[in-house]
Design a protein around this ligand. Sequence first.
Ligand code: EPU
Length: 417
Amino acid sequence: MKRIKIEGGHILSGEVAISGAKNSAVALIPASILSDGIVRISNIPNISDIDALNEILNYLGAKVSRENDYMEIDASKIENKEIPENISKKLRASYYFMSALLGKYRKVEMYFPGGCSIGARPIDQTLKAFEILGAKVIENNNKFTITAEKLIGGNIYLDMPSVGATINAMLVAVKAEGTTMIENAAKEPEIVSVATFLNNMGAKITGAGTSSITIQGVQKLNGCFTEVIPDRIEAGTYLLAGALIGENLMITNMIPKHIEALTNKLKEMGYPLMIGSDFITISKIDHKKPVHIKTLGYPGFATDLQQPITVLLTQCDGESVLEETIYENRFQNVEHLNHMGANIQIKDRCIYIKGVTPLIGTEVEATDLRAGACMVLAALIANGTTTITSIEHVLRGYENIIEKLESVGAKIELEEI
Ligand code: EPU
C-alpha cells in the first residue's frame, strides 16, 4: 500500500510537461492486436493501467517490447484464449480486447471489465453493437462468450454517446464485411486518435470526432506507427494546480483546444490565461467568481475534471454549483474535502459549494483516480500536512505525479506502508 504526504502552501512555478493520454493509450494498445504487422506507439504514459494491458498482451502471447514511452507490439501470432477475471477487472479498458479479439477471430471469452467505482458503468451499448454486427453474446456469472459466424456491417445507434461503446464498435466494424454507421457516437479526442491509428493500419473510417462515424470493413490491417495525443485531463489537473497556487506555472506539450471548456470556466472566474499553441501559463489570483458547471461529453466540461475543479470552487467567493450528468456516484471526494474544511452539500446529481473556506491538512483517502487528483490539489493549498491514502488509484492515471509536482516546488513524499 502506498500513501503520499503533502505539505501545503508552497508556490508552484516553472514548467510541467504533459504525458501521453491514458484514455487514448489504453485503447490503442488493445486495438494494435487487430494488425497483422508490427505496431509502434510512442508517447505512452508510464502508468499502472498500461502495465495491466501489457500483462494481457503477454498473456495472449504477443511479442511486446517497451522502453520508456515507446512500445512495439507484434500480435500476428497470438493465441485467442479466455482472458481471466483477475486480469480483466484491473481496468475498464480491458474490454477493448473484447472487441479487438472478436473483430480478429470472430470469438472472444472474457469477464466484465473493472475501472473506478464511480457508477454502475454497464456495457450494454457495446454488447448491442456486437449483436447488430452479427455476434451472439452469452453471459454467465460475469463471463461473456461472444461468437460470430460472420460480422456484417450495420447501423448502430448508441443510446448515449459512450466513449467505450464507440471505440468497441469501431474495433469490430473495421473487420466486418460492408459498411457500419455509428450514430450518436462520442466525440472525444481519444476517439479520433483510435480512428486515425486504425486508418494508419489500412482501415477506412470517416467522421471520427463527429456524432456520425462511418466504417468500411477491410480484410487485413497492416503495421503502423502512431504517437499518443497529450493527456487533456492531466493538463487540466495541472492547470487547476496553477490556478490554486501557481505563479507563472506553464503547462506544456498539451493541446489547449482539448480543454476549452475548462479554460472558459477559469476565464469566467476571472483568471487571465496565457494560451499558446501547445502551452498555457497560469498564476493564482485573489478573488475568484463562483461558477456553474455541468459535465457533458466532449466538447462539454469533462466529467474527469469535475472532482479536481471542486477544490478550486471551494476557493471562489460565494456559491458555485456543479452538476454531474455522466456518473451517478462521482462525489466520493466531497466527504474528504469537507473533512479538510470545505462547505459542500450534495443534492441528487448536484453539489453546492460555498466558498471561501480555508482547507486544513489531515488524513484523507483517494477513493478513485480523479477523486485522488482532487485530494492532491486540496493538499497543495491546505494549511499543514495532508496524508492521502489509497494513492495507487492516482498512480493508475498520472505519470510521475510526485516528480512533476516536486519539480515545480511542491513538498510531496511517497511512502510505502
Ligand atoms: N453507459 C451505459 N451503457 C454503456 C456505456 C456507457 O449506460 O454501454 C453510461 C455509463 O454508465 C456512463 C456514461 O454512459 O454513465 C458514459 O460512459 P462512457 O462509456 O462514455 O465511459 P467509459 O468509456 O467507460 C471513458 C473513460 C472515463 C471517462 C468517460 C467519459 C476510459 C478508459 N475511460 O469511460 O475515464 O470518464 O469515458 O468521458 O477511456 C477516468 O479517466 O478517470 C475515467 C473514468
